[in-house]
Design a protein around this ligand. Structure first.
Ligand SMILES: Nc1nc2c(ncn2[C@@H]2O[C@H](COP(=O)(O)OP(=O)(O)OP(=O)(O)O)[C@@H](O)[C@H]2O)c(=O)[nH]1
Ligand SMILES: [Mg+2]
Length: 375
């Protein structure tokens, strides 16, 4: 039996040259559902569990990634050990029990401390709003408010995606289960982070090596070294070239600075499996009600920097009109017609493939919100 499992694992394992490693920690208050979520990942994905009794390490295979996921206890004693893992983690999964309103303040305090830690700041965070199957579960937008997440992501310049989910529901929906989509986003964001670092070190006139690799790939670095060379994917190269072209036009006064694509920083997915099937974002009396399958991306009010091509979400996806199933990555579409909302909202404008997100001033002075759907 053991031999059979080992041979299955080696067959499923991506070939050496394609394989990319990522280290992720899964944390949050005790009882939020971390261990049950890890078990759900194990059920949904090929996995390998460390033989040690009570091991916190699970290795998962998702697309070309081999993910080392550490499930850390959330009680006070467990929290003391979290910092030992910060430096080695490339991305974090933070779990909240959406039905536990009483502990939201506590969750906010530990998330604030976590995100401002210099070993964590800037790293992508997948926030799993777990236990959505419970009747009294908070919607993601409420959780964002309780946790003051907009402020946190802006202050720490961390990409964050909020994924409503249930660790115990719909586990047969393998590839498109919210936790799998969320993990996919996290891995893409981890990949982009490396690419950003690599690109920002380059002079403005980049010459791009050719690569056959698919989205977000290229030769990826080893898990804890930034020194490995990253090759830009074709898609990113095209985006970069478009952007250079766009900036040239700006330089000649054809567009104002406000029109530059914004850096997507906080992404919220509307619950698709649970009722109510709408995500409501309420600020200053304005209630936006995107229909189901909508994702909301809060973007830092900061234009993308020279050479920065956003990756696994938001603006990068905006150049793609539909959910791209060929590479199994979630790519929210750019254009949002006003039929997506119940309310008097102006549609996002769009010109020649570039996103010009509408600035909802009454949502927050510093943040932009991009709305897109998954096709
Ligand atoms: N209804 C519901 N219950 C859940 C869900 N996920 C976890 N639970 C329950 O929540 C309780 C705690 O789950 P655990 O996974 O042990 O919590 P944990 O975050 O690992 O807790 P610590 O290891 O102590 O930090 C268990 O009784 C689970 O069955 C969910 O999505 N829905
Ligand atoms: Mg646990």
């Amino acid at each position: 039996m053991f031999r059979l499992l080992t041979s299955c694992w080696s067959r499923l394992k991506p070939t050496e040259e394609k394989r990319r490693n990522a280290t992720v920690i899964i944390i949050g208050l005790e009882n939020s559902g971390k261990t049950v979520l890890v078990e759900a990942f194990q059920r949904l994905l090929p996995s390998r569990i460390n033989n040690d009794v009570k091991s916190e390490l699970t290795t998962l295979l998702l697309d070309e990634y081999e993910v080392a996921m550490y499930d850390l206890n959330g009680d006070l004693k467990g929290q003391e050990k979290w910092p030992n893992y910060y430096a080695q983690a490339q991305g974090l999964v933070f779990v909240v029990d959406s039905s536990d309103v009483e502990r939201m303040q506590e969750a906010k305090n530990i998330l604030t401390r976590l995100m401002s830690d210099k070993r964590v700041a800037g790293k992508p965070i997948l926030l799993l709003a777990n236990k959505q199957d419970k009747k009294d579960a908070l919607l993601p937008c409420d959780i964002i408010e309780y946790l003051l997440l907009e402020r946190l992501v802006n202050e720490n310049k961390s990409k964050c995606r909020v994924e409503p989910c249930s660790a115990i529901k719909n586990l047969q929906r393998r590839n498109h289960h919210p936790i799998i989509e969320g993990l996919r986003w996290l891995l893409a964001a981890i990949g982009d982070k490396y690419e950003e670092l690599y690109i920002s070190q380059q002079p403005p006139t980049l010459s791009f090596p050719t690569s056959k690799s698919t989205r977000g790939s290229g030769e990826r670095c080893s898990s804890d070294s930034f020194s490995t060379r990253i090759v830009m994917s074709k898609e990113k190269r095209q985006n970069f070239e478009k952007r250079q072209h766009f900036e040239k036009r700006q330089h000649f006064g054809q567009r104002s600075m406000e029109a530059r694509p914004l850096k997507p920083i906080l992404q919220v997915n509307a619950p698709t499996d649970f009722s109510p099937h709408v995500l409501a974002v309420q600020k200053d009396g304005l209630r936006l009600r995107p229909k189901k399958n909508i994702s909301v991306t809060f973007a830092l009010d900061e234009p993308m920097e020279e050479g920065e091509c956003s990756g696994g979400n938001g603006a990068q996806n905006i150049t793609e009109p539909h959910y791209n199933r060929s590479n199994n990555l979630q790519t929210p579409a750019p254009y949002v017609g006003d039929d997506l909302f119940e309310g008097n909202i102006e549609p996002v404008t769009k010109e020649k493939g570039f996103p010009f997100p509408h600035n909802f001033n009454n949502i927050t002075p510093e943040a932009e919100i991009l709305f897109s759907h998954h096709g």
